[in-house]
Ligand binder design. Structure first.
Ligand code: HEM
Length: 255
C-alpha cells in the first residue's frame, strides 16, 4: 500500500516538473518568437509576408507546430486546468502579494488557454483546411481586428486581453519556475528576478498589444525602426487594404 502511494507521488512530481518545464521550453519561447513574427505587420504587408515565408521555410513545419507547440500546449493547458481546479486559494485568510499572484497565475492560465483555442480556430485551422493562404493572413488580420460589433472592437479587445493574460502567465510563471527549480534562492535574488520578469513581461505585452492595435486601427507606436506613418515606406498597410475593399464586400477571411 505504502509503495503504491509513493509511486503515485513520484508520478505526480514528474508531471508537475514536466508541466513547469513545458511552460518555459517550448511554450514560453514560442510566445516570444510568435509575437515577434506577428509584429512584422507593423512594417506593412510586404515585411509581414516575408516573415511568414521565412517561418514557412522551416523544414517539417507541420510536425514542429504539432510536436513542439500544440501537443505541449495541450498537456500544459489541460494539466494546468486540473491543477487550478485542485488548488485552494487562501487570499481571504492570507492576503499577501504572493497569494494574489498564485490566484492570478491560475486565472490568467485559464483565460490564456481560452484565447489560444479560439485564436487557433481563427487562423491556424483554416490554414490547414486550405481556406487561408499565407498571402491572405495580413488582409484577414486587418479586417478581423478592425471589425466592430455595436461600435465596440470586440475582436481587437479579445486580442489585447488574450495577449495580456498569456504574457502575465508567462512572466509570473518564469519567476515561479526559477524559484521552484532552485535557480533563484535568496530573497534579494527573488526580488530582483521578479522585477526583471515584470519588465520583460511589460515589453512583450507592449509588442503584442502594439501589433493588435495596429491591425485594428492602423495606428502604432513607432519603435524598433518602424517607419512613422508614411505610405511610401509602408508597402501596403491595413488602411490601404480597407480602402481597397468595395463597400459591402466581406474582407475578413479568418472568421
Ligand atoms: C498580436 C497578437 C497575435 C497575432 C496578430 C497572432 C496571429 C496569428 C496568426 C496569423 C497565426 C497563423 C499563422 C500561420 O499559421 O501561418 C497564428 C498562429 C498561432 N498563434 Fe497567434 N497571434 C497573436 C498572439 C498569440 C498569442 C498571445 C498566443 C499564445 C500562445 C498565440 C498562439 C498561436 C498559436 C499556438 C498558433 C499556431 C501555431 C503557429 O501557426 O505558429 N498567438 N497567430
Amino acid at each position: 500500500m505504502a509503495k503504491r502511494a509513493s509511486s503515485a507521488d513520484r508520478r505526480r512530481f514528474i508531471l508537475r516538473k514536466l508541466h513547469s518545464l513545458s511552460g518555459v521550453v517550448p511554450l514560453g519561447l514560442f510566445v516570444v518568437l510568435h509575437l515577434w513574427t506577428q509584429a512584422h505587420g507593423l512594417w506593412g504587408q510586404a515585411r509581414y509576408d516575408e516573415a511568414i515565408a521565412d517561418r514557412n521555410a522551416i523544414p517539417y513545419l507541420p510536425l514542429i507546430e504539432v510536436g513542439l507547440v500544440l501537443l505541449p500546449l495541450a498537456f500544459h493547458g489541460l494539466f494546468g486546468v486540473f491543477l487550478a481546479l485542485q488548488s485552494r486559494a487562501n487570499v481571504g485568510a492570507y492576503p499577501f502579494n504572493r497569494n494574489w499572484m498564485y490566484v492570478a497565475q491560475r486565472l490568467s492560465g485559464v483565460a490564456g488557454l481560452a484565447f489560444i483555442v479560439w485564436h487557433l480556430g481563427q487562423y491556424w485551422l483554416p490554414k490547414y483546411q486550405g481556406q487561408l493562404s499565407p498571402a491572405e493572413l495580413y488582409p484577414a488580420l486587418c479586417a478581423d481586428l478592425s471589425a466592430t460589433h455595436g461600435g465596440v472592437p470586440l475582436i481587437a479587445l479579445a486580442y489585447i486581453l488574450g495577449v495580456a493574460a498569456t504574457v502575465f502567465h508567462l512572466a509570473n510563471g518564469l519567476w515561479g519556475f526559477c524559484v521552484s527549480w532552485g535557480i533563484v534562492v535568496t530573497r534579494n535574488a527573488q526580488r530582483l528576478s521578479a522585477t526583471v520578469f515584470g519588465l520583460g513581461g511589460l515589453l512583450l505585452f507592449f509588442l503584442g498589444a502594439n501589433t493588435a492595435i495596429y491591425f485594428a486601427t492602423g495606428s502604432r507606436v513607432a519603435v524598433f525602426g518602424v517607419p512613422v506613418g508614411s505610405h511610401e515606406t509602408l508597402a501596403r498597410t491595413c488602411s490601404d487594404l480597407t480602402t481597397a475593399v468595395p463597400a459591402g464586400q466581406p474582407a475578413g477571411l479568418g472568421k
